[in-house]
Write a protein that binds this ligand. Sequence first.
Ligand SMILES: *Cc1c(COP(=O)(O)O)cnc(C)c1O
Length: 388
Amino acid sequence: MPEFKLADRLATLPPYLFAEIDRVKQEVAAQGVDIISLGIGDPDLPTPQFIIDALYESAKKPVNHRYPDYIGLLTFRQAVADWYKERFNVDLDPHKEIVSLIGSKEGIAHFPLAFVNPGDLVIVASPNYPVYPVASGFAGGEVLTIPLVEENDYLPDLDAIDDDTWKKAKIFYTNYPNNPTAATATPEFYQKLVDKAREFNVIIVQDAAYTEVYYDDNKKPLSILETPGAKEVAIEFHSLSKTYNMTGWRIGMAVGNETLVAGLGKIKENCDSGIFQAVQEAGIEALKHGEPYVKEFRQIYKERRDYVIDALRNINISCRVPEASIYVWANTPKGYTSAEFVSKLLRETGVVVTPGNGFGAPGEGYFRISLTVDTDRLKEAVSRISQL
Ligand SMILES: *Cc1c(COP(=O)(O)O)cnc(C)c1O
């Protein structure tokens, strides 16, 4: 029998921490327990009907049955430019500063292939979305993790990184509003990061998937491209997934520095053949006319957030009040590690939450709740947690 060994890049992946939870979940469900999953970062609300209608109309046109352009329809990129202008007052050239993506995860995963050589250093602020270190590792990069801590509002301490490290670094990854901590970035932080990146020739990859899920109209999350000088060093990944409840549609965008956008485009040109044009045309409608719906979604998440925060505090579980994102980041009760708490909670109550250390070691001592079930289910979940 021939034997096929996985490539080193797969064999050296860190163990998938959520696999154990999935196993216990199957076991508990098999006993007939009603599982409440607060573990998934996937909006439960449906895509607005007008976007679905737009897809239907576009899918009927034969021109859309052909291969799309790998860089994306100019009309879609123009809609992205208009949306960035309206929302962030950022000017983008749709010809050079925007590339459309098959979901932002696709772009984030491909990006290091364009700019990281084996042995290059990449810095990841953690806890983090797992794709940043994994994709950097696939490209042969060495990953340095720097901690995001509560005392610093989950913003990385840039001064704690020495000049030698800055000099060696190729990419610095950030994600605000942050998954999993739900923290947002300040203009001062972004300015400092952009200044460092310009001084030391470092690429900033900022993941902006959650800028539209915010809770206070007076504190809208920023685009890093609002920062003076950012276009010299930054590429920002964004997506229609979380904004318009379109995770299954697979459409996103990367915007910013022209060289960085072109490099990513070059990789994509060699890997995929673009996004179904009907999906892009539906995406244009979403970007143009989605805001009233997004406003409603924010209201729904806010009700859920307020309920969960109050309820957790009533049972003496402390948590941070999120300004944005669909998550609540909470401290595990005294005496438990993240994994112990999550496992006990699941076994004894059927409630699934995500252990903080699943997003990297700095997440130890925390767990993440997704606000992606309705308030009645959240009530049931918190009542079960209180019985632990
Ligand atoms: C959900 C998510 C994404 C990506 O979503 P796509 O559906 O691939 O656009 C990217 N980053 C973070 C942090 C996310 O939570």
